[in-house]
Design a protein around this ligand. Structure first.
Ligand code: DX5
Ligand code: ZN
Length: 220
């Protein structure tokens, strides 16, 4: 299994955004996790297409765009045009989840579905085979810097078993409260993409990323 770190831009210093993204890329991360919040599905408002289009000019990182937006189907083409590579949409925010996922794929992006902490895996039953990635929230979405909800580990291991039993290669991404101290447990549970905001951008970004990579190497 290969493990990928997805540093979450929400925790960056926006006054130095371009420089910090270059540090992330230089440290060997492959993904940049970009949290888009609409002030309705989640209480906060973050940033949208113009910011994504602007940073797209400066980096080859894979843009992993997490849409915390009601009815994201309205904006998929705009995010594609801004430079998104992967889009994940919340099952809770889509009236027509299948149509939304199919449209992401038709636009040439990878498609993921995100579940809130209390949303059951049964939501995925008739869509899992279409997905490149499932994003399991390990905090209630809307803010960085929250504490990891421990029962996410059980959810990850159930999902990994389902994916393996079906013979799929779907990525399991986990988002919220991930640190160097709990990432080992999250790997053991079966996840392979790890979003980290605070624990990457607070302090020495390059060293933080290298520390995560060292943990990944010890599980390979
Ligand atoms: C929360 C966002 C997360 C957030 C994670 O709604 O989806 O991606 O940035 O931040 P940390 O790693 O600080 O919990
Ligand atoms: Zn996120």
């Amino acid at each position: 299994m290969t493990y990928k770190l997805a540093p979450s831009m929400l925790a960056a210093d926006f006054n130095h955004l371009g420089d910090q993204i270059s540090i992330v890329e230089g440290a060997g991360a492959e993904y940049l996790h970009i949290d888009v919040m609409d002030g309705k599905f989640v209480p906060s408002i973050s940033y949208g297409m113009p910011v994504i289009a602007s940073i797209r000019k400066n980096t080859k990182l894979v843009f992993d765009v997490h849409l915390m937006v009601e009815e994201p189907i309205r904006y998929l083409a705009d995010f594609k045009n801004a430079g998104a590579d992967i889009i994940t949409v919340h099952a809770e925010a889509c009236t027509h989840l299948n149509r939304t996922v199919m449209q992401i794929k038709e636009l040439g992006m990878k498609a993921g579905v995100t579940l809130n902490p209390s949303t059951g895996l049964q939501e995925l039953e008739y869509i899992l085979e279409e997905l490149d990635m499932v994003l399991l929230m390990s905090v209630n979405p809307g803010f960085g810097g929250q504490k990891f909800i421990p029962n996410t580990l059980t959810k990850i291991s159930h999902l990994r078993k389902q994916i393996n039993d079906l013979g799929l290669s779907t990525d399991i991404e986990v988002d919220g409260g991930i640190t160097l101290s709990n990432v080992g447990d999250i790997i053991t549970a079966g996840a392979n993409v790890f979003v980290a905001g605070t624990s990457v951008f607070q302090g020495d970004i390059k060293k933080n990323i290298q520390d995560f990579q060292q943990v990944f190497a010890s599980y390979r």
